[in-house]
Design a protein around this ligand. Structure first.
Ligand SMILES: [Zn+2]
Length: 321
């Protein structure tokens, strides 16, 4: 059973595009039990997404009104999918797909947090404070390679309040896409496990989207997890978008590195399915059994269980109860 830290199926459906990686008809048979389904308000982007190494200019902020309107549409799209919405870890079952309602970027939350509890009541259980752009709470990393994630200022006062309010309500706080100063502010502010739902090891692939060793140790010390991102440009040492020549071993390489640095209890999956270019050798959810087999060559059976779903369940339970 795989519980996954990030997918963008909702965005594709909202745009009227067919799924590329997650076929909900067959996903459960491939072991995909769901995970974080992102509601992401897209930034306009005219560049070539296949340009390599992957980089793009700093994206502009999105105003609250626009974000709130689009997020309503994204939420309606998510609710129309044939999936259960997760309220507790007991909602995850083998053979079914369960969705964690996740905001990727908190632009649809008012800066006084006046609509946060409402969103919780409607099912929101996880927030990525930023996507790779600034908002009233924090600043995201622009996509750069090779470059460190220290790209700007830390959390605003509203950002610190958001983290505290999420801690109190039982909403997971996700630091993927956050810049390094913001990251350290979250670590200092949060009383719950800190997670990066879809990021990799900066030591192996020097993208701004990946985490330095110091960040990995802080996530470990908080009891959190890092979901390994299957995006080719966040996996490869050269940052190139060469999905045909990128094997499952590149994913395994990051899993092994994270396990070595943080311990096996802090490593999970964060596929970025339907939001990124993943290795052709994986393809999509249909390739998950092959990936799990590759992990079985390197890890004990109980360790594979923790990576594929046990660690996410532990962190979610600690956050939601
Ligand atoms: Zn993302």
């Amino acid at each position: 059973m795989v519980i996954d830290g990030h997918n963008d199926l909702v965005l594709r459906r909202w745009r009227g595009e067919p799924a590329k990686h997650i076929d909900l008809e067959t996903a459960a048979d491939a072991g995909f039990a769901g995970g974080f389904f992102a509601m992401y308000v897209p930034s306009p982007y005219d560049g070539d997404p296949l340009s390599t190494p992957y980089s793009m200019p700093f994206a502009a902020a999105i105003p609250f009104e626009e974000a709130a309107r689009v997020t309503e549409e994204l939420f309606a799209t998510l609710r129309a999918l044939p999936v259960r919405l997760a309220e507790s870890v007991d909602d995850f079952r083998e053979g079914e797909v369960t969705a964690i309602v996740h905001m990727e970027g908190a632009e649809a939350i008012a800066d006084d947090l006046s609509n946060l509890a409402d969103w919780y009541d409607r099912g929101l259980r996880s927030i990525g404070i930023v996507w790779s752009r600034p908002n009233v709470f924090a600043e995201g990393v622009p996509f750069r390679f090779p470059a460190p994630p220290d790209t700007g200022p830390g959390l605003t006062d509203a950002g610190r309040s958001l983290v505290q309010a999420c801690n109190e309500l039982g909403i997971l706080v996700d630091v993927s896409h956050l810049n390094e100063r913001g990251f350290w502010d979250v670590v200092e502010t949060s009383s719950r496990p800190v997670v990066a739902t879809h990021s990799n090891a900066h030591a192996l692939c020097a993208s701004t989207r990946n985490l330095t060793d110091a960040q990995l140790f802080a996530i470990r010390d908080s009891g959190g997890v890092v979901g390994v991102n299957f995006a080719v440009t966040f996996l490869r040492e050269d940052g190139m978008n060469d999905f045909e020549k990128t094997g499952l071993d590149e994913i395994v390489r990051h899993v092994e590195y994270l396990a070595e640095r943080m311990g096996i209890d802090h490593v999970a999956f964060g596929s970025d399915f339907d939001g990124a270019v993943v290795p052709a050798a994986l393809g999509g959810v249909s390739g998950l059994p092959r990936l799990v087999d590759a992990l079985r060559d390197r890890f004990e059976p109980d360790e594979v269980e923790r990576i594929t779903h046990g660690n996410w369940l532990r962190v979610l339970d600690a956050t939601w109860r």
